[in-house]
Write a protein that binds this ligand. Structure first.
Ligand SMILES: [Zn+2]
Length: 84
């Protein structure tokens, strides 16, 4: 049972902030050394409004590795899971 999805427009990535459905502009790359190997990168997406909030959230935990524009990120590597 598969829902019919529109196959025309690519899905615009959305901000990872809770309840936010704005288009993502930023990628926050992070790593939790207790869970991930050092070279592993998890990613959160953020709109302009939530970039600072999400960066701080990761920053205070020492998880934040990189913040870059979404288009820059996509140039660098294939899209990855944003869950977690
Ligand atoms: Zn947002």
């Amino acid at each position: 049972m598969t829902l019919p999805l529109p196959d025309t427009s690519p899905v615009t990535p959305q901000c990872s902030a809770k309840g936010c459905r704005a288009d993502a502009v930023w990628v926050l790359a992070w790593n939790n050394p207790k869970l991930h190997t050092p070279e592993r990168r998890k990613t959160w997406l953020a709109c302009e409004e939530h970039r600072e909030h999400l960066s701080k959230f990761l920053g205070v935990r020492g998880f934040l590795k990189d913040v870059m524009k979404l288009d820059e990120w996509e140039d660098r590597r294939p899209p990855e899971s944003t869950e977690g």
